[in-house]
Design a protein around this ligand. Structure first.
Ligand code: C5P
Length: 400
């Protein structure tokens, strides 16, 4: 997603400046072209040589240096940037930008650029809470500047509270979202993900091999494209994606309850969860002891969550996933019809690179007219984009 993008990273003079090294590393790892601008005070905390070595590009520090200006050129930096990230951003750079000041290289580039700017503040807890700092940030936000809120925690100044630079991974994720077209801004979407764990007794449960990766990609990509996302997930080892409302559940009944709460205001539901079709009919209150002979567990049907929602669908879009091991397309079309879906994403988990635990998938998208489109092997993020592209086209076709 960031590969080939030109990112200007502005580093200002706070103790968190040392964390910019990690940011540069993460951006370069993703294939971004990183150009660093350091303010004079930033250079008191970390040397330009460090960021120059990590970015593989000369670091710009001065507006009036004859060599830097001919080699880098501040207008060129402003013009060629796909996005500018200021991390850490001090109260000072925020104030300068909010007042249109241009008294050093970074503030000048910030006024000269038309690229989106993302600001990751980091400062003392009282400074961050100061009404003037807050007002400057509000002013900037109101004209389109993006912010990555600082986190709470122990600050280098000895205080505890809000002011720590956000986690570098979170900043990079926010940057990806900044660079993504916000064509789902009007969508409120429920995404389900992962397996269910249906208890047999307090220590045992029935589950399946879903890892949640496809559903998490669906949630993450929708958020990056501007949607309001509720992610209802069964147990997985994944971190909740940034920006989504996250509900962690275990059983199909818990999943259904969380979905029903969000459903009235939703515009779309994407059901990527491998919902358990059955659950133990009785859950033993204590651990079941082993005995001689065989042992069987009686199972009862779980509700078909997506199927049951069909009757109250209105003009919401319903998307299902069909994970199969045989007769993939026939089974998927049957589900599309039975659950009155607008789209079903079918995949054959027996294919190399598809299905559970992989970061890639090979899917066939079937729309409500039963038109089929088989996509090549791609990342689960790319599959998510492809699904949303087609859903938005479907909406546009409906005149919605
Ligand atoms: O019912 P089946 O598993 O064949 O269909 C798969 C689709 O239906 C998936 O989108 C899955 O999330 C959803 N589903 C459901 N409730 C179930 C089983 C599956 O919503 N009990």
């Amino acid at each position: 997603m960031l590969a080939g993008k030109h990112i200007v990273l502005g580093v200002t003079g706070g103790i968190a400046a040392y964390k910019s090294a990690e940011l540069v590393r993460l951006l370069v790892k993703e294939g971004a072209h990183v150009r660093v601008i350091m303010t004079q005070h930033a250079q008191e905390f970390i040397t330009p040589l460090t960021l120059q070595t990590l970015s593989g590009n000369p670091v710009a520090t001065e507006t009036f240096s004859l060599t830097q200006e001919s080699e880098i050129g501040h207008i060129r930096l402003a013009d060629t940037a796909d996005a500018i990230l200021i991390a850490p951003a001090t109260a000072n750079i925020i104030a300068k930008l909010a007042h249109g000041l241009a008294d050093d290289l970074l503030s000048t580039v910030l006024l000269a650029t038309t690229a989106p700017v993302l600001i990751a503040p980091a400062m003392n807890v009282h400074m961050y809470a100061h009404p003037m700092v807050q007002e400057n940030m509000r002013k900037l936000a109101s004209v389109g500047y993006g912010f990555v809120e600082p986190s709470e925690g122990f600050l280098a100044c000895g205080y505890e509270g809000k002011g720590r630079l956000a986690d570098p991974e979170a900043i990079v994720e926010e940057l990806r979202a900044t660079l993504t077209k916000k064509d789902m801004r009007h969508e409120r979407i429920i995404v389900t993900a992962g397996p269910n764990a249906e208890p047999i007794d307090p220590v045992r449960f029935i589950t399946n091999r879903s890892t949640g990766k496809m559903g998490f990609a669906m949630a993450k990509v929708a958020w990056r494209r501007g949607a309001e996302v509720t992610l209802v997930s069964g147990p997985t080892s994944l971190d909740p994606p940034r920006g989504v409302r996250f509900h962690s559940v275990r059983t199909a009944l818990e999943m259904q309850k969380a979905i029903l709460e969000a459903y009235p205001t939703a515009t779309m539901i994407v059901s990527a969860a491998a919902v358990a079709d059955y659950r133990p009919a009785h859950v033993a209150p204590q651990k079941i002891k082993k005995m001689g002979g065989n042992f069987s567990v009686e199972l009862t049907r779980n509700p078909d969550i997506l199927g049951e929602l069909a009757s109250q669908k209105g003009n919401r879009l319903h998307v299902g996933f069909a994970t199969e091991t045989e007769h993939v397309l026939e089974n998927a079309v049957r589900k599309l019809r039975n659950k009155n879906l607008d789209m079903i994403v079918a995949n054959d988990v027996t294919q190399e690179g598809a299905g559970f635990a992989h970061d890639t998938n090979i899917v066939t998208i079937i729309d409500r007219t039963e038109r089929m489109e088989t996509l090549p092997l791609m990342s689960k993020d790319e599959v998510a984009h492809a699904v949303y592209d087609r859903l938005l086209a479907m909406k546009a076709g409906n005149g919605e």
